[in-house]
Design a protein around this ligand. Structure first.
Ligand SMILES: [Zn+2]
Length: 368
């Protein structure tokens, strides 16, 4: 018996809610955390049709990329589709959960899936997040150094790229005098004490701070732990907006167009005149990514593939990088497979399916 709370913990270990943008509204949109999961349906958008698909298939949890609720609601009377969905979902006890810009920001999220479809390799984040890393410096009696290091590592501290348990330590002498009321693990009240201590330094992502500090408190022997938390200005290469990668071999522009239409199953898409006749380095951002154009140019990419590009934005990029607009829905629709695959791996005993409803509100007229 698996409860919604467990599913949410697993999703948030992958895409921490702390990584969402300020305007976003990720997380549980409706439903109760203690409900028992019967089945999960993954989707890009939540519509009445998707909700009915979930109910008909026996799924009582919908995991979506786009949040159902964006603006605060003052009443739920069914006056619009969001309210109708909420009424039906509550009546049928279906929970709705959204991973949005937090899933955009992780390097195994929306853009990694898009890159996989396009056959891009050597991936890195296009605009890595800054102000996201924290350094912990803590003083530990040498007898407990390994124990504290292990606990910090298990909480996710010291992970830099593909390296785990990264830390630095130096040895010295700690001194203190336990005062009245103290319950020292070393030393006596009123007597100056000196102890061989190690100073441990580790870096971690800000969203891990509470679990790292909990691990520190649980593993450290002292009543009062001496530690510093230092916000870092280093960029976090693991987290951020957009991605850039390379095709295995360079392609002629015309071949690249065919490649895109096949890889993303597109009948039509828009692009600017090619800035380069040969393409290999490709910047991407699922959804509305045009704010990343300068980062894409700086990365040396010949193409920036995203969605929701406006007329004048094409002008701004002319000759510097080729813009490709595949459509918002088309750039992110594979996210439902991504979430499905992740949850199926983590919960092999739960029926997880992706929605077969076409939720794209934009249609193309093709004059054949
Ligand atoms: Zn989107």
């Amino acid at each position: 018996m698996i409860r919604l709370k467990q599913l949410i913990e697993v999703l948030e270990a992958w895409a921490p809610p702390a990584l969402q943008e300020s305007y976003d509204n990720c997380g549980l949109q409706c439903g109760q955390q203690d409900m028992v999961i019967k089945g999960v349906l993954t989707t890009l958008d939540v519509t009445v049709e998707v909700l009915k698909e979930a109910i008909d298939s026996g799924a009582n949890v919908i995991v979506a990329h786009h949040p159902l609720i964006f603006k605060p609601l003052k009443k739920i009377t069914g006056a619009n589709e969001v309210e109708q969905i909420l009424l039906i979902a509550i009546k049928h006890e279906v929970a709705i959960y959204a991973l949005h810009t937090n899933l955009d920001s992780v390097n195994t999220g929306v853009n990694a899936k898009l890159a996989e479809l396009l056959g891009l390799e050597k991936l890195r984040i296009l605009r890595p997040k800054t102000d996201h890393l924290v350094k912990l410096e803590v003083f530990v009696p040498s007898s407990h150094t390994q124990r504290v290091l292990d606990a910090l590592g298990n909480a996710g501290a010291g992970q830099i790229g593909n390296y785990k348990n990264c830390s630095f330590r130096s040895s010295g002498t700690g001194s203190f005098t336990p005062a009245q009321g103290a319950q020292p693990s070393i030393g006596e009240i009123g007597k100056a004490e000196e102890v061989n201590e190690d100073k441990i330094e580790v870096i971690f992502q800000q969203n891990l701070q509470s679990s790292v500090l909990r691990a520190l408190r649980d593993s450290h022997p002292y009543e009062e732990i001496a530690y510093y938390l230092l916000p870092l200005q280093n960029v976090d290469q693991e987290v951020g907006a957009g991605m850039v990668g390379e095709l295995k071999t360079a392609m002629q522009w015309e071949d690249w167009l065919t490649h895109v239409s096949k890889a993303l199953s597109l009948q039509t898409f828009r692009h600017s005149p090619p800035a380069f006749q040969q393409v290999q380095k490709i910047a991407i951002c699922g959804g509305s990514g045009i704010f990343l154009t300068q980062d894409a140019i700086r990365s040396g990419a010949q193409v920036f593939l995203t969605a929701d590009i406006k007329y004048h934005e094409y002008f701004d990029a002319l000759g510097k990088i080729t813009l490709v607009d595949v459509g918002h829905h088309q750039s992110e629709t594979a996210t439902r497979f991504l979430i499905k695959d992740y949850l199926s791996r983590k919960f092999p005993n739960i029926a997880v399916n992706f929605s077969k409803t076409d939720t794209n509100p934009v249609r193309n007229y093709l004059n054949r």
